[in-house]
Design a protein around this ligand. Structure first.
Ligand code: 3BY
Ligand code: FES
Ligand code: FE
Length: 416
């Protein structure tokens, strides 16, 4: 292979990224770049891990695997959310092998070193008399719970801007009482595509009316569009959207709920977008034509027509908070061309399955949408791996895809 055709390294590929264009193929196909993504993006930024509702009681835990890292997220006896390296301080065995569960103490399967759920070591058999228990507690991982959403940072020096972002987001999340919500359902799907294709696909609705017939009966595919970017065939949809938006704003103002969006999807380490979107039809939820799906509303919300509070966070999550439920999405890379998408549906803790909601109807729109998105991501992975692929230009309605890719390139440049 000549010098000219040798694969470029991540830093120089990032430097030569053509703005407004999709990324070059190696970003999606190179195992070396994938490994660097794990380090630079997933290793250095706040990543979304779980909803607090997944670990409601002391001792409840979830293990999160990111590349070679495994992290235990656990609720301690004081009900705080903690995170620890899933590695025994004796000779390194994995401590918890299950994806989730409930424990009294964390007992290593190898020689039974035993840790409390606050990470402190309380039993290590046959050690020297001089053994100091307090030197061998579990290694903590940086963890923050924001309005019921739990984020981790694997770095010992996490981005400092997370506090500002969480303070901004928290008032929006408060009325939903997510921390005390109930998990109604969770699905894991593995998409045969690079994690960035999964994120890029989520960051536009340019594909929605062709690919998501169920979703677009409730979700306006032109949500967040500037008037001049609305295609002529969608003008009447846009008019309905604007009317619904005005009504939603009025409903928010009436109860003092924050109105207005904030979009900072690039230019900072902890990048996010929050917007409160109206829904089509009945305007309540992701049921057919925007119908309500759970009879009990979330938290302190009283108006079933409360639209969709949409939160997008780099690098690995998006959320829809509706009056009657919440849907929470996390993206975890598994290999250069394999990605886990976990979807969790949350409802009011008092809502009774079979009475107030059915899992089938609560989840049907997003199960269908996820499957349609999976097919799009997989087909794009095959396309970008084809020697015939060259980066193409984003349309005027793919600004958030451009923002995701720009953020990614900025973070590579800042951290490599
Ligand atoms: O989930 C999202 O936020 C984006 C917008 C709607 C479709 N898409 C998956
Ligand atoms: Fe955990 Fe020995 S490796 S107790
Ligand atoms: Fe989609």
């Amino acid at each position: 292979m000549s010098i000219e055709t040798a694969p470029a390294d991540l830093a120089s590929l990032a430097d030569r990224r053509a703005s407004g264009y999709s990324l070059e193929a190696p970003f999606y196909t190179s195992s070396e770049i994938y490994e660097q993504d794990l380090d630079v993006v997933f290793g250095q930024h706040w990543i979304f891990a779980v909803a607090e509702a997944e670990i409601p009681d002391p001792g409840d835990y979830v293990t999160i695997e990111v590349g070679a890292h495994s992290v235990i997220v656990v609720r301690d006896d004081d009900e705080n959310v903690r995170a620890f390296r899933n590695v025994c301080r004796h000779r390194g065995s994995r401590l918890l092998e299950s994806a989730c569960g409930s424990i009294g103490n964390i007992v290593c399967p190898y020689h039974q070193w035993t840790y409390r759920v606050d990470g402190s070591l309380i039993f290590a058999e046959s050690q020297q008399d001089s053994f100091e228990y307090d030197k061998f507690g579990l290694k903590p991982v940086n963890v923050r719970a924001v309005g019921g959403l739990v984020f981790l940072c694997l770095s010992d020096e996490p981005p400092a801007d997370f506090d500002e972002v969480s303070q901004f987001i928290e008032p929006y999340l408060k009325p939903y009482s997510l921390a005390t919500a109930k998990v109604a359902h969770q699905t894991d799907i593995v998409e045969e595509g690079n994690w960035k294709l999964v994120m890029e696909n989520n960051r536009e609705c340019h594909h929605c009316d062709a690919s998501h017939p169920e979703l677009v009966t409730a979700y306006f595919p032109i949500s967040r569009y500037e008037a001049e970017d609305v295609p002529p065939r969608m003008q009447s949809t846009f008019e309905r959207y604007q009317e619904a938006q005005a009504q939603l704003e009025k409903a928010c103002e009436a109860i003092g709920f924050p109105v207005g969006e904030r979009c900072e999807l690039e230019g900072r380490a902890t990048a996010f977008q929050i917007s409160h979107l109206p829904l089509d039809g009945a305007g309540a939820s992701f049921g057919p034509d925007g119908q309500q799906l759970c009879a009990k509303l979330m938290g302190s919300i009283e108006d079933p027509r409360f639209g969709d509070l949409s939160l997008h966070m780099q690098p690995n999550s998006w959320f829809h908070f509706l009056g009657d439920h919440a849907v929470v999405f996390s993206v975890i890379p598994l290999a250069v061309d394999r990605t886990l998408v976990r979807t969790t549906w949350l409802v009011n803790p008092e809502a009774v399955e079979g009475v107030d909601y059915s899992v089938e109807s609560l989840t049907s729109v997003w199960r269908a949408t996820n499957d349609q998105d999976r097919a799009l991501v997989e087909s794009t992975q095959r396309g970008v791996a084809d020697p015939g692929y060259v980066p193409g230009p984003y349309s005027t309605v793919e600004g958030e895809v451009d923002a995701f890719v720009t953020w990614y390139v900025q973070r590579v440049q800042a951290n490599v």
